[in-house]
Design a protein around this ligand. Structure first.
Ligand code: HEM
Ligand code: HEM
Length: 124
């Protein structure tokens, strides 16, 4: 179950990451607009829910794997996703674009942390 939840989280993280790529493809003149526009629209709708689902799955997986709150690459990865959530809350409430930009920067950070969690899990 720990494994299933962990890999489900990885899939969700990749779906979340495609949000940016899909929007770029939908706007590009090189790609077929219709399909990517629709996919991009769908992504915009479901993206926040997938993000929250990832937080829940990550919490469950982490709790099953370790059962207590400790400093671990998993905890750090999960905290990064939480920061992303909080940045969107700030973006929505203060209407400042900088928070959306930081959300994008944290997407890169989150993927790097995922790499750490997968390949150097017990480094901390
Ligand atoms: C944790 C919950 C999350 C929530 C509530 C959330 C919500 C949002 C929202 C509302 C937007 C703006 C969408 C738009 O107007 O098109 C956005 C953009 C984006 N999100 Fe998330 N997101 C979450 C997690 C994540 C995660 C974990 C990733 C990937 C690691 C991610 C990657 C992105 C990217 C790449 C963008 C585009 C940023 C830009 O255009 O500057 N999000 N997110
Ligand atoms: C965004 C959240 C997370 C994702 C996507 C994720 C993903 C994964 C993946 C894919 C594995 C490999 C599973 C396997 O091959 O068996 C794994 C293992 C593990 N994760 Fe996470 N994880 C997340 C959060 C956490 C958290 C919060 C913790 C705990 C603090 C944690 C602790 C562990 C541990 C201890 C293992 C090794 C489990 C074992 O070998 O039995 N993870 N994680």
């Amino acid at each position: 179950m720990i494994t299933v939840l962990g890999w489900s989280g990885v899939v969700l993280l990749f779906v979340l990451g495609t949000h940016y790529v899909l929007r770029k493809l939908a706007k590009s003149s090189l790609t077929y607009h219709g399909t990517f526009k629709q996919l991009s629209k769908l992504s915009k709708k479901i993206h926040p829910f997938i993000g929250i689902l990832l937080l829940a799955i990550g919490l469950l997986h982490g709790n099953m794997a370790l059962g207590r709150l400790v400093l671990h690459t998993g905890t750090i990865l999960w905290s990064s996703v939480l920061v992303m959530f909080l940045l969107i809350v700030l973006f929505k409430s203060l209407k400042k674009g900088i928070f959306l930009k930081m959300h994008r920067v944290f997407a890169v950070v989150t993927f790097l942390l995922l790499g750490l969690h997968l390949f150097a899990r017990n480094i901390v």
